[in-house]
Ligand binder design. Structure first.
Ligand code: F3S
Length: 283
């Protein structure tokens, strides 16, 4: 019997990735070769396609040769931005507006004297950039264990989130923060900086996961939001990450009646289409 294959209501590039690709594609026509700091998006297929347009990726500032550079959609710290402005003749900024919102929230909190807590992964490019905007007053954390090490306890604590985190986990984190600090004479400020595109995508993925035997999340292993989607879907059903249709070879599909397909925010819809086409032949 053939399995029923269902695509999530939201797949393909998110608003910020589409916007970044658009800005860079137009800029490449105007300036020729452009080098971006870090991945344009965390997706190899997209990066390869951009390379054909003359848009290259450098892992650090010193590896950028040429005079036209770009900041990726995850944004950078103000220090890195200033350094890039001084080094390159043209600097193109593709920072997603949702990331900008998180950066300016961190900046405002720090300026108002708050210790800034970012719910997110300390080594992710976006979080490193936001920490820079917190002017040295920021910490990245995934649970409230760090509170015990805050000596003395700050009088003002501000909490925000990496844009692609799972909303229900941020809510749980916020509640834990309130529970830990409520009777400690601390002013606590909480800001929901999760991106709308991502929370819609997560809701659609979870809705799908509840109806199927397996969810395939198409995206790169290095993409934080793709991994978050796998985690989220795993709370409802068996879930696997695949980068392209070729990844289907390693997934046991026998006996499955319903298979769901969703994607990370930096996966092209064409890659999702190719997975579904191959799946129709295999399942
Ligand atoms: Fe921006 Fe959200 Fe995409 S933060 S880059 S629209 S996942």
């Amino acid at each position: 019997m053939m399995a029923h294959i269902e695509r999530a209501a939201t797949t393909g590039f998110c608003f910020g990735v589409k916007r970044a690709i658009d800005i860079l594609t137009k800029a490449a026509v105007e300036h020729g070769r452009i080098v971006t700091l870090g991945a344009i998006v965390h997706n190899r297929q997209v990066t390869e396609k951009m390379a054909h347009l003359g848009i290259a990726v450098a892992p650090n500032l010193d590896a950028i040769h040429g005079d036209v550079a770009a900041i990726g959609s995850h944004g950078v710290s103000p220090q890195v931005e200033a350094e890039m402005k001084s080094r390159f003749r043209v600097l193109i900024d593709t920072t997603c507006p949702f990331v900008h919102r998180a950066q300016s929230t961190a900046k405002q909190m720090a300026a108002a004297g708050f210790k800034v807590i970012i719910f997110g992964e300390a080594d992710h490019a976006e979080v490193i950039g936001i920490l820079g905007h917190a002017q040295g007053k920021g910490i990245a954390a995934m649970d409230t264990g760090f509170i015990a090490e805050l000596q003395p306890l700050p009088r003002k604590v501000g909490v925000l989130s990496q844009t692609t985190q799972i909303r229900s986990r941020f809510v749980a984190f916020g509640k834990d923060m309130v529970g830990s600090l409520l009777d400690k004479d601390v002013e606590l400020r909480l800001a929901d900086t999760i991106c709308h595109d991502m929370s819609d995508r997560q809701e659609a993925a979870l809705e799908l996961a509840r109806k199927v035997d397996l969810v395939l999340v198409v995206g790169s292993r290095t993409s934080a939001n793709t991994n978050h989607l796998v985690d989220l879907c795993s709370t409802a059903t068996n879930s696997r990450l695949i980068e392209t249709a070729d990844g289907l070879e390693r997934i046991p599909l026998e006996g499955l009646q319903r298979i769901g397909v969703t994607s990370g925010a930096s996966t092209a819809d064409e890659t999702v289409d190719a997975v579904i086409e191959r799946l129709k032949k295999l399942a």
